[in-house]
Write a protein that binds this ligand. Sequence first.
Ligand SMILES: *[C@@H]1O[C@H](CO)[C@@H](O)[C@H](O)[C@H]1NC(C)=O
Ligand SMILES: *[C@@H]1O[C@H](CO)[C@@H](O)[C@H](O)[C@H]1NC(C)=O
Ligand SMILES: *[C@@H]1O[C@H](CO)[C@@H](O)[C@H](O)[C@H]1NC(C)=O
Ligand SMILES: *[C@@H]1O[C@H](CO)[C@@H](O)[C@H](O)[C@H]1NC(C)=O
Length: 290
Amino acid sequence: MKLPSAVALLLSAALMAQQVQAKLTWTVKGTQNGVPIPPSEIILKPFEAAYGHNFGPSGPTTAAAAASVGRVARNRMVKRANPIATSANWCGSVRNATTSNRIKLIHGYFQHPTCTKRAGVTTYPQAAASWIGIDGDSSTTLLQMGTVCKIDNSTGIVRNEAWWQWVPDAAMTLASMPVHAGDWFQVTINTTSATSAVISLTNVNTLTAITINLSAGTSLARIDADWIVERPAYGSGLAGFASFTETWFQEAYATLANGASLGILGAKQYQITGGCSSAEYDNADLSAWS
Ligand SMILES: *[C@@H]1O[C@H](CO)[C@@H](O)[C@H](O)[C@H]1NC(C)=O
Ligand SMILES: *[C@@H]1O[C@H](CO)[C@@H](O)[C@H](O)[C@H]1NC(C)=O
Ligand SMILES: *[C@@H]1O[C@H](CO)[C@@H](O)[C@H](O)[C@H]1NC(C)=O
Ligand SMILES: *[C@@H]1O[C@H](CO)[C@@H](O)[C@H](O)[C@H]1NC(C)=O
């Protein structure tokens, strides 16, 4: 599909920026059931054909557009007070901090969904990415980690993968992390400066944990805390948005520089018109559904 020109501009800006950045470096370690995994068995590979998940929410922003989504009655939805915003590709909660008290750490669990071809959509691949990250909404860099389901063609065969990305550097697939529909994942992104962080992803069902220690990333503003299901980008455009079972994020919080905790209540609640709705449940739990 054709990308909005703002997105295309952002993409070329990101590609240019990439050439002048200090080189992102990292070390990686993992455990299986608490036992260290030999480094040779932890496989990272470039995220397939991707500029990755580097588009900020660039969709329509009117309340009228948002009014058509997010009104489905759900059993667990007792509260729906967050300000609604719409996006071309982000669905979920973004909580904003200030430059005088930046985000230090973000945490959450989410359940990797069951994905299927979306009725009436003939664009392939179709995909849906669930992730937790810092920045990318009111700032252009973004550090994020999560999973993606991807349907390459009309056969409807689903591939499930884990990945991380420090935008504008390319996304990386954690090829040795098991990912199945229904598995729960825990993400912790712990910044040690604007340009370094320790990020971890644990498959809580298989007890597989991967921790990556990153240095020399592009400077983060550390002002947005994101819990998102995304319509990701592949190649030169957005993927078709796969249908996915309701995705819950739980124990969601960010920790600020002064030690205070930031939750979901008051977050900007992103919706993708015709693609995904999301709502907060309480200060630590939200869900997104297609
Ligand atoms: C969100 O971040 C932007 C950019 O720093 C800032 O202008 C705005 O005031 C912030 N909003 C809140 C509610 O903190
Ligand atoms: C369709 O996608 C599946 C899963 O990636 C792949 O194994 C298969 O070869 C693809 N089929 C065609 C006809 O491209
Ligand atoms: C985050 O990193 C700091 C060091 O900057 C460390 O003291 C702290 O234990 C880490 N927190 C978690 C939850 O890993
Ligand atoms: C991450 O790497 C830096 C050096 O690049 C090191 O100083 C730091 O101790 C490492 N942190 C962890 C948690 O391994």
